[in-house]
Design a protein around this ligand. Sequence first.
Ligand SMILES: Nc1ncnc2c1ncn2[C@@H]1O[C@H](COP(=O)(O)OP(=O)(O)OP(=O)(O)O)[C@@H](O)[C@H]1O
Ligand SMILES: [Mg+2]
Length: 539
Amino acid sequence: MSKPSKPSPPDTLPANDALTRLIGLGDRSIRKSYYPQLKKKITELETFQFLMDRAADSIFLVRVDPHSIEYANDAATTLMRLSKDEMLCASVSDVFGHQVAADLEKNLDADSGETIQATKDGLVLEMSVTSHVVNDAPYIVIVARDITQRVQAELELQRLQVLLKGIVESMPSTLIGVDMNGTISQWNRQAEQLTGIDSTLALKRPLAEVYPRLANLIMHVHRAVKEQSPQILSRVLHHRQGHLVYEDITVFPLDIGKDGGAVIRIDDITKRVHMEELMIQSEKMMSVGGLAAGMAHEINNPLGGILQGAQNIRRRLLEDIPANQEAADRHQCSLETIRAYMQERSIPKMLDGITNSGARAARIVTNMLNFSRKSDSQMAPNDLNAILDHALELASSDYNLKKKYDFRKITIIRDYSQQLPPLRCSATEIEQVLLNLLTNAAHAYNGTDEPAEGRTIRLGTSLSGDSAVIEIEDNGPGMDEETRKHIFEPFFTTKEPGVGTGLGLSVSYYIITQNHGGEFVVHSAPGQGTRFTISLPID
Ligand SMILES: Nc1ncnc2c1ncn2[C@@H]1O[C@H](COP(=O)(O)OP(=O)(O)OP(=O)(O)O)[C@@H](O)[C@H]1O
Ligand SMILES: [Mg+2]
């Protein structure tokens, strides 16, 4: 660094004694009569020097033309890592860089505090620089404030803000920040997805206006803040686009004092609730199903005895077989007399009653035995679409079904995938499941005002990952929540006594989950129809 030559001052003062010029002490002033003033001036000068060197900001006195540094305080030499002598040999561009020197050229009085960066000994310095013209003198004062720490703190703050925003945005939960008046301060991406409302439209507006469904949460916000403890609302049920949705809602008070507001976190737990229901379902099935199967075994033998007995009574009383005739003759009594007596006492009707009830009990027992039967032996590769077609055929030709429901009046939509590979399963069992679903769907239209023409059952098959999926969907009355929860339980039925056994779905469930390692779920809501979805693994 070379010190540029300076133009001679207009008077005879020493050319380089700028400070002396500034405070008015030229050699012409040194006269004895001036001693007291001189002493005072020196004291002032020392005080001034003292103050300058104690200043936290770096202060430079710079000649206007050229921009050579005439004076720098202690803070300046420390900041720039230069000695006083080195500093006095330097120019503005040596110390602050060319840009500041050029800016100074354009504007001597820059009050606004430009932020500049300088590298000293490998360290990056951030400085806020202002310049002021010293009265009319050809000097300017440059004040540089070291703001490296502040800039770094600001950068750190920005980084944290970005990080925090990233965390909030990537959370799978809906996060909504509100103050005590319910004004929204935070609305993350998940909140946008849940509500369909963009954050720009939500922020700074009242929650009750933006998303009225959550208006009642303001009460919980107040309570959370007052008690400084989270408010937890579990399994809140609501309807979303015709579906039932479960949510866990937690209101966390913000830890920034009494007026801090709160963060509302909403988690959609519908899938979890369904999983839990399925697990409970499976457990129930295992215990109740096992019990039912055990009971069925025990009932089977006596029931067989009853049915066989009833059949024998009928044969021995009502049929014309020689043994009957011989026995009647032995007792001097005609078979006609015996039959007339029986008819009068309605005994054949009673026998029919015993046989019918026994047959119904036998059907129940057969169903209950399904709970313990393993069907490995019947497992074979099958065409699922063909099984569905066969089940449909069975349903429409089933005499009992035809008696009550005319399947032809129901529109059947076949929505089959042609991509399904052969599926290893027990065709008769899957047919049994499908037949029960079709019967249930047909049953469901009973008692609805739905005109017969509008009744539709859709049968769909598709491939989903490693599973073949069957969907049986009707547009019947659907089920309420309470019914839906229980339908897979053995003996649960909403049909009149004697009409349904309530075993259809529980056996179907067992066949799908236990015998085939599949999944069986139902979606239904009142007025929304019912959809059963069966997933069967393709191995
Ligand atoms: N598609 C459907 N629409 C509305 N409700 C249904 C439907 N399918 C089943 N349900 C309900 O589920 C209950 C249980 O069905 P499940 O097949 O287990 O027994 P069920 O049909 O009553 O008797 P069963 O099958 O022995 O004749 C039914 O009583 C009915 O309330
Ligand atoms: Mg049924």
